[in-house]
Ligand binder design. Sequence first.
Ligand code: PLP
Length: 401
Amino acid sequence: MVGRAPAGSLGGMDAYLDHAASTPLRPEALAAVTSVSAEVCGNPTGAHGPARRARRVVDEARDAVAALCGVEAGAVVFTSGGTEADDLAVNGVLDAVAERTGGHDHVAVCSAVEHPAVLEPVLHRGGHTVRVDHNGRVDLDHLDAVLIEHGDRVAVVSVMAANNEVGVVQPLEDVARIVRRRAPDAVLHTDAVQAAAWVDLAPIVASVDLLSVSAHKIGGPKGAGALIVGSGVAVAPRLRGGGQERGRRSGTHNVAGIAGFGAAAQATLAARADTAARVAALRERLAAAVTATVPAATVTVPAEVPQLPSILHLCIEGADSEVLLFLLDDAGVAASAASSCSSGALAGSHVLAAMGVAPERAAGALRLSLGWPSTEAEVDHAATVLRAAVERTAAFGAAAS
Ligand code: PLP
């Protein structure tokens, strides 16, 4: 059975195909956020009844997030979201190494297609990127070469579990094998923010030391996330203060947000395999409809490449993403080009550039991303609207030239 998004949360759209940006609250998460906001006033660090109640809420959510990630509860460090978890992974490891060695010559390494939440901290600290192939999969030979070159100066390596723009899944076991051989002291981090809703994280977590997740990508509220920290992995806190999260992340807990995160984690885990299979079929239906009716559209990542079941990335020749998104929005379809700056304006995609997609093809990029409440009716509607929108952009182009 398909669950329903809370009434009105899709903004009156006929088809919401931007779940990779944010997916609606699951009913269980909405209930948890609402009831905890109304009924739990205590600060979890206190000693009285209301504080103990808040602590119980956080502990239960911790158990649920740990179960989703296939780890012990003690490994979960709650954060304000995926960005903070990624920042804590990269900067926290670099800071821990600097504190231990008294030097600042260690660096981070990441793939060239990481989310800016990883890429920016890595580059800010003078780190290095690893190339990807034309499908967006990390180039293992280049990873090997980068680690040979920088060897014992590498403190942390970050390679995402699945990409947020094109959905490609990275070969983390191979990455881990190379990192353990070439940089045995380095910490291996993966950003599993996009993967968590769709794939079993247990094998991933077995290969890495740190893993990031975010509540609003799995049907929880915005503003909650976690970094999973393997035992014995040194991560210096970015936020110092009251010593919450065993000193790894100070600040009063976002109790209602964490409760919603826990409820979403539980609901996601219970239905993950079934939802992934159902959504994969929807994605196939959408891809078939679009490729049959929009000759200018090509699927960016071929079906045989490991990828999430939820993301259909297209490059539409001769189209302009910005115009296309406007026309889709106008016709009740929410989609994305996947690459925008904080002002919401479109910027060139570093992911497509790293994959070697020509700028004129990348200019017509479109990400259609499905989620737990997606339906056949939405997919069929989106395919029809997309065809009409592409025809209109082609007509614009012809009139302009
Ligand atoms: N990492 C990936 C792969 C993402 O897709 C996102 C959000 O788009 C983030 C990190 C950032 O997560 P948050 O929005 O919770 O800060």
